[in-house]
Design a protein around this ligand. Sequence first.
Ligand SMILES: [Fe+2]
Length: 305
Amino acid sequence: MIKVTDVQYARIGVPDLDEAEGFLTDLGLQTSARTDTSLYMRGSDDDHHCYVAELAEPGYIGMGLEASSEEDLEKISHADGASPVEAIDEPGGGSRVRFRDPAGFAVDVVYGIEKLDLLPVKNIVSQNSGSDRRRLGVRAKFEQGPGQIKRLGHVVLFVQNFAECVDFYSSLFGLISSDEMFDDDGETIVSNFLRCDLGNDFTDHHTLYLKQMGETRCHHLGLEVEDIDAVQRANQHMSSKEHKHNWGVGRHIVGSNIFDQWIAPWGLMHEYFADMDMLDANAPTGRTPVSESLATHWGPPHPYL
Ligand SMILES: [Fe+2]
């Protein structure tokens, strides 16, 4: 087993690169590279890309998980089902070991993909709360324009072999459970919010959410933005471009993140998120009834209810 440090990118099949570039730019990503068959999009963080859109059957193809060292990449290449370590023949370079998870999705464990200069994050405005005044003597100012995504933060997968998938991601890549959700019987675990094990360092409450369902698909990609203002302002921009909205703006209960969900022209859901709970590896695993998975602290009711 190794301990991956984050999800680095998602690879998505799209029917048309121009259409994909238009939607993803409206969403708040920027083009890092484009080939005849693929688009490599980045956020303001330093990863060369956090989103690969390639001409293929529309839908989720797989994810790249970041190894912490070249030694770990070598080590995981000896696991069952692993490819040998290979050079990545794509913009950004680096090395990878390829897997296929028990649901059939691709998993690349990657190391050494090029890092780019950070992009300046617009509209960082500290918030004054009723009991904690932090913006003193400074007027809040906001620059107009599209949302600005920092990074890919999590992937949500519906699978038909949930337990096998949890075991795969935990036993090979060291993901640990933040919150388990149980079925109506009060016992059977049917979904799991998994995070990376960074020891005493804090990380997102979830990097991967797996849920037992009667279908196999990606439910959404979680893309981090700066704060609640960024979520709301991105909502305004996406509305002005007449993109298809799904659910939000709200604040989830599990993970506590503020969210807003938008559907791409090729059907995949993309979620802005901000202000997620941060946990270290010592945090105990929570348990919640799965019936509460669509509950919110605040926000509109789920559109499918
Ligand atoms: Fe999410």
